[in-house]
Design a protein around this ligand. Structure first.
Ligand code: CO
Length: 173
């Protein structure tokens, strides 16, 4: 089952998520929904709060651009190490149409648990390192607009004003 991806300024996107204590049926269902939603939206990654859940879980697609998604599920992720930096264009399913140039590490090592409660270390570089850092930010209530370069500030302000205005219109109905 897919779920609509929540968009800015939905308040849950600003909430820090809570660690998963026990991998229950609810977590299996959440991960299922997240993987299907990520695939349907053609995203490289998705965080639980983007589909309305407060659990510390993200998924990334390690085969972006391929026909079949190759998802990795990261429960209670911790960034162990980051290396280098690179500025590149980045988008977010919670900000349709907004692309910003963001500085991210070129390589990261992330520790997480899988659905069988086994710990593993994920070593990622390039686009996937970027995606993992973006999703860890989401789980901390941090959004890519918070990391926008000075040159992109006016673009961010305009986008956020428009998004806030459109939300008011919806609420007024
Ligand atoms: Co995002």
């Amino acid at each position: 089952m897919t779920k609509p991806v929540l968009t800015y300024p939905e308040p849950i996107l600003r909430k820090k998520t809570s660690p998963v204590e026990k991998i229950t049926e609810e977590i299996f269902e959440l991960v299922d929904t997240m993987v299907e939603t990520m695939a349907a939206e053609d995203g490289v990654g998705l965080a639980a709060n983007q589909v309305g859940s407060a659990h510390r879980v993200f998924v990334i697609n390690t085969a972006p651009g391929d026909e079949k998604v190759d998802p990795v599920v990261c429960i209670n992720p911790v960034v162990l190490q980051q290396e280098g930096e690179i500025v590149d264009e980045e988008g977010c399913l919670s900000f349709p149409g907004l692309y910003l140039t963001i500085n991210r590490p070129t390589k990261v090592r992330v520790y997480a648990r899988n659905l069988y409660n086994e710990g593993f270390v994920l070593e990622l570089s390039g686009l996937l390192a970027r995606a993992a850092m973006h999703e860890v930010d989401h789980l901390n209530g941090v959004l890519f607009i918070d990391r926008a370069a000075a040159d992109d500030q006016s673009k961010v302000e305009k986008y956020c004003e428009d998004a806030a205005r459109n939300t008011e219109v919806v609420r007024d109905r």
